[in-house]
Design a binder for this molecule. Structure first.
Ligand code: RNT
Ligand code: ZN
Length: 416
């Protein structure tokens, strides 16, 4: 098998050389691109507060496929399995509800770095870096609003939570020697026509000002917008314009989630616009399907165009790539691997693009030639290069990971 992969790779290298594309260089670059795996795919965004509450905040994980992680040890085992099937070095993104609370009830305004120390130690041992997210959903005080709430007491509770979340991210960044992204997403919105929009957005802005007044050198802050949540269809305080304005004004990052815009609106076109005004951006690679923003990522046009735009804009070093989806209807580890590999395949295709020739055509006004080459590039042998990338990293190539995940299901997941 390995021989065949190598042979196909060599043929691919030759084919790409005809376009002046350096395949080895592309692979070196891909090797350096970490994906931030979202811990919440392991357990349908449940977390470990042990309060037994439902998932709220306008998001849903539908399905009840067996084998979901029930405790921290199982989440870690699942993540270890997942990363063993994805070439390269990656990151893990934790939500505040995934603390190691030792069976204690620790409310959100009480969380501390010590509740995440075992995660940091584990990450260090496994060679993973960490990212973090404050959690405003699935809590008795969240309702429809948190940081934008009319009630100062509620706002203050969530401000405290978010400041503490950022401090935890700071500790992660410091101890692991790599800045941690802190992503702030709140579902704040309303089901029906809302007349005090200005008030809620003003509240949200004031809350953010308090949260970000604390400067943390090991944290890269990001704010995530959304179009609407389920049950909150008519108003979202943290809209794209709102957070874009806030991020630009405060020198922080905007998070672009692929599922948070109008159905035909694509985030790839926002990369070159935003990066002229903010230091970096954070992506939530996802797959919107009708009203759901979080299906498993696949190698579709949206993901490919996103990857191409990052590479064409020379923006890899300023783009933090996180995954964000939750599917409870299929093998959850399989869902991780499909989405992660799809994202890498898109990045690889982008890195192998005959970009010099395409740019020449564009500069000369040769638009037929540009379109034709873009079409041809789609069927160049990038998959032979991806297989080689897997083998080079000691990772099962192509469809071989399917049976490995079946084995994990039989040996581990089905016993839960
Ligand atoms: C929700 C946002 C947010 C969440 C996670 C769990 O629509 O995309 O990023 O998915 O924080
Ligand atoms: Zn998201």
């Amino acid at each position: 098998m390995e021989e065949k992969v190598k042979k196909n790779y060599e043929a691919a290298v030759e084919r790409y050389a005809g376009f002046g594309v350096d395949v080895e260089k592309a692979l070196d670059t891909l090797q350096q691109i970490p994906l931030s795996l979202h811990c919440w795919q392991t357990d349908d965004v449940a977390g470990f507060e042990n309060t037994g509450g439902a998932l709220t905040g306008g998001i849903q994980a539908t399905g009840n496929y067996p084998g979901k992680a029930r405790n921290i040890a199982e989440v870690r085992t699942d993540i270890e399995k997942t990363v063993s099937l994805i070439p390269g070095k990656h990151r893990l993104s934790l939500h505040a509800i995934y603390g190691d609370f030792g069976g204690q009830k620790v409310d959100r305004d009480q969380i501390e770095p010590r509740h995440f120390q075992s995660w940091i130690d584990w990450a260090k041992e496994k060679g993973l870096k960490l990212d973090f997210n404050s959690t405003s959903f699935s809590h008795p005080k969240s309702g429809d609003m948190t940081l934008a709430h009319r009630d100062k007491g509620i706002r203050d509770f969530w401000i405290e939570h978010t400041i503490r979340s950022r401090r935890i991210a700071e500790e992660m960044g410091k101890q692991l020697g790599a800045k941690a992204c802190h992503n702030l997403w709140v579902h704040d919105g309303a089901k029906d026509i809302t007349v005090d929009r200005y008030l809620y957005r003003k509240n949200l802005k004031d809350s953010l000002d308090k949260i970000f007044a604390v400067k943390l050198p090991n944290v890269k802050d990001a704010v995530e917008c959304k179009l609407f949540g389920t049950g909150l269809e008519s108003f979202t305080a943290g809209s794209h314009e709102f957070y874009m304005g806030y991020a630009v004004q405060n020198g922080i990052m905007a998070t672009l989630d692929m599922g948070h815009f109008h159905p035909t609106e694509e985030i790839y076109d926002k990369i070159s616009a935003l990066l002229l005004f903010m230091p970096e951006i954070l992506l939530h690679v996802s797959r919107p399907v009708r009203w759901d923003s979080d299906h498993v990522v696949i190698l579709n046009d949206s993901v490919l165009m996103l990857a191409q735009e990052i590479v064409r804009a020379n923006a890899l070093s300023r783009t933090n790539i996180g995954l964000d989806y939750f599917d409870a209807s299929i093998n959850r580890i399989g869902a991780y691997v499909i989405g992660s590999r799809a994202t890498q395949k898109a990045l690889l295709q982008a890195l192998l693009e005959p970009i010099d020739q395409l740019r020449r055509y564009e500069a000369n006004g040769q638009y037929f030639e540009r379109l034709a080459l873009l079409e041809e590039a789609k069927s160049l042998p990038w998959s032979a290069v991806y297989d080689y990338f897997c083998v080079k990293n000691n990772i099962l190539p192509s469809e071989q990971y399917i049976s490995e995940i079946e084995r994990y299901e039989k040996d581990v997941l089905s016993k839960r």
